[in-house]
Design a protein around this ligand. Sequence first.
Ligand SMILES: NC(=O)c1ccc[n+]([C@@H]2O[C@H](COP(=O)([O-])OP(=O)(O)OC[C@H]3O[C@@H](n4cnc5c(N)ncnc54)[C@H](OP(=O)(O)O)[C@@H]3O)[C@@H](O)[C@H]2O)c1
Length: 258
Amino acid sequence: MELKDLKEKRALVTGGTKGIGKAIADELAEAGATVIVTARTKPEQTAHHFIAADLTNANEVAALAKEIANTFGGIDILINNVGGLTTPGGGHSTLTDVHWNQELDLNLISAIRLDRIVLPQMIKQKSGVIIHISSIAGKQALWNLNMAYAVSKAALNSYSKALATELADKGVRVLTVAPGATRTETMVKFLNGYAISAGITPEEGIKQLMAQTGGIPMGRMAEPEEVAQLVHFLVSPSAAYLTGTIYAIDGGSLPVVG
Ligand SMILES: NC(=O)c1ccc[n+]([C@@H]2O[C@H](COP(=O)([O-])OP(=O)(O)OC[C@H]3O[C@@H](n4cnc5c(N)ncnc54)[C@H](OP(=O)(O)O)[C@@H]3O)[C@@H](O)[C@H]2O)c1
C-alpha cells in the first residue's frame, strides 16, 4: 500500500480505544489520516482525538456527530467497530427480550444510527467509506454460545449490503469485515473465563470452542493489527471499485464458500 495514502482524510473509529478498534485507529493514523476515536470510557492515553459517547444512546450519538461537525467539519471514513458478545450461551431458552434487544442495540442499531447521522455530509461531498465490523458468527451461528450475537451480526451484514447498493452511485462505499477469533484483551479474558469454568487451559479453550466450527485451519487467532491492515486497504484509494462486499479474515475458519 502507498505510504500515507490516507493523508487529509478524517476517520472516525468507534470503540477505537481497545482491541481491533485501537489497532484500526493506529493503522489509519499511520497512513496519514486524522483519527477520532469514541468509547464510553476515556483511555489513560491515546494518540488520537477522543470523544466519549455510548453508541447505544441516541442522544449521545447526536452529540458526538455535532462535536465532529463543529471541530472537523465532517468525516471521510467511518469504521463502525463497536460491538461484542454480551449475552449468555445456552440457546433460545436462556435468551430473554432484554438480551435480544441488548445485542441488537450494540451490534446493529448503533451502526445504523451513526451511519444515518453522518451520511448526509458524505453524500453532499460525494465521497466517503463506511466499514461495518461484523464477525464470522454472522455467517455461522453457534446456537449454544452466541445465538443473539450471531443473529445481530447477520442482520448487520444484510443491512451493510443494502446500504452499499443504495449509495453506490453517490460516491460512498460501504463494506463489511468479518473477523474470526482475534487476540484482543476482551477475547483473552473471555477464553480465560471459559477455560476456568471448564477446568482446561485457555489454549485448550479456544481449540474446544473453534472445534465446534471445524477449528482454525491456520492454528492461531488473528492479531488485531492483521484486521486493521485489511481495513486500511478497504478504505484506501486502491479499493475504489469495492463496495457491498464482505471480507472474512479468519485463518480459514469458515467452512463455507462465500
Ligand atoms: N475479538 C474478536 O475475537 C472478534 C471476533 C469477531 C468479531 N469481533 C468484532 O470486532 C469488534 C471489536 O471487538 P474487540 O474484541 O476488539 O472489542 P473490545 O476489545 O472489547 O473493544 C470494544 C471497544 O468498544 C467500546 N465500546 C463498547 N461498548 C460501547 C458502547 N456501548 N458505546 C461506545 N463504545 C463502546 C469499548 O470501550 P468502552 O468499554 O470504554 O466503551 C472499546 O473501545 C466488535 O464489533 C466485535 O463484535 C471481534
